[in-house]
Design a protein around this ligand. Structure first.
Ligand SMILES: C[S@@+](CC[C@H](N)C(=O)[O-])C[C@H]1O[C@@H](n2cnc3c(N)ncnc32)[C@H](O)[C@@H]1O
Length: 350
């Protein structure tokens, strides 16, 4: 059993190691390390355009932390060859692999950049707008859900909604609200090439990224920078998706009421949101700890930037979601019997 002081030391080590992964990801240091024969510090520095002294220190840290392997630890520091084990390459480099988690490091770095503003918001009662978390957080957020959106969303989540997949295959209309960098909308457009896909987000930089990704992927998606509450005027839609978005809305009832108006009688809403426990309990399990962690430094401050705000935080419990859906005029809410990873998946029907 670790004592609390030991736990804090371990967590500090963990935080520093996450920053090491951030540097590797940001500077492209992991790709050359896929090479089976290994890479020396000088070769890595040359390939990635970084200073050799930094390359050596970073490689030593990564090896000590067990992220990379070293061929001959007893050799001269500059002669050692380092490589990335295959299982770690999936986590750090393979952007659509289910185990890809390197984007977490970018999210953490984005939060680190505005922690002073977060502390000030705690005193003032104000907030820190999503855009303030910057490119690191945005890319982290887009990257972390990309594997699930590219595979599970189109292979199991949408098919679990009665009839929606058939409609999209025939050319139905889909709206992806709070689409961020657009990976979900792009995946739907690729999987259902006859469907008409609209992605909406209030963050201009996310929409710019989404448009660029769609162009690169050759996906026919219309991305609009707008408030999700304006959706009703764009309907009708056979399917509306809110993927890790509902808890982040300052006005969730208003948005869902607009969604409700944009649905025909047989339209469906897919909500993916955090798979948290039914009620508050302390101490919480690993997932509750993770979600409260995001909440205190990112989700709640971002939600508080807009007022008035429902200020849900990250921890949206099932009964909260059901209450919001009912207030917005939805008659039925069903939890889908499908593996959503960190998400619980809800089907809302008029
Ligand atoms: C947690 S992120 C999820 C992004 C994306 N769905 C994903 O999973 O990668 C929440 C997103 O909701 C967007 N958002 C928040 N309030 C919004 C609103 N009122 N209308 C449209 N988008 C909103 C934010 O800009 C952000 O991109």
């Amino acid at each position: 059993m670790t004592t609390f002081d030991e736990r804090l030391i371990e967590q500090t080590t963990g935080a520093l190691e996450v920053f090491g992964i951030y540097l590797g990801d940001r500077l492209g240091l992991y790709e050359p390390l896929r090479d089976e024969t290994g890479v020396t510090p000088d070769a890595l520095a040359e390939r990635c355009g970084i200073h050799p002294r930094y390359a050596r220190e970073w490689l030593e840290q990564q090896a000590v932390a067990g992220v990379v392997e070293v061929h001959d630890a007893a050799a001269d520091a500059d002669a050692r060859r380092y490589r990335l084990p295959k299982q770690h390459a999936a986590v750090l480099l393979d952007r659509e692999h289910p185990a890809h988690l390197a984007p977490l490091a970018r999210m953490i770095a984005g939060i680190g950049g505005v922690l002073g503003e977060v502390a000030a918001a705690y005193r003032s009662g104000g907030g820190v707008a999503y855009a303030r978390y910057g490119a690191d957080f945005r890319h982290g957020q887009g990257g972390i859900n990309r594997p699930a959106f590219t595979t599970s969303l189109v292979e199991s989540w949408i098919p679990a909604l009665g009839g929606a997949a058939d409609k999209l295959a025939r050319g139905g209309r889909v709206a992806d609200l709070g689409c961020g960098q657009g990976w979900s909308a792009i995946a739907v457009a690729n999987a259902f090439p006859h469907a008409h896909v609209l992605g909406v987000d209030v963050d201009p930089a996310s929409i710019e990224d989404a448009r660029a990704q769609a162009r690169a992927a050759g996906a026919a998606v219309r991305f609009e920078c707008a408030d999700a509450a304006a959706l009703a005027s764009e309907g009708p839609f056979d399917l509306v998706m809110l993927l890790e978005v509902l808890h982040d809305l300052a006005r969730p009832v208003e948005v869902l009421a607009s969604v409700r108006r944009a649905l025909p009688h047989d339209g469906a809403v897919l909500v993916a949101d955090e798979k948290v426990a039914p009620a508050f309990a302390a101490p919480g399990d690993a997932l509750e700890r993770l979600m409260y962690g995001w909440s205190i430094v990112h989700c709640l401050p971002a939600q508080m930037a807009e007022q008035p705000s429902a200020a849900i935080g990250t921890v949206i419990r099932e009964d909260t979601l059901r209450a919001i859906a009912a207030q917005a005029g939805f008659g039925a809410v069903r939890v889908l019997d499908v593996d959503g990873g960190f998400f619980r998946l809800y089907e809302l029907r008029p």
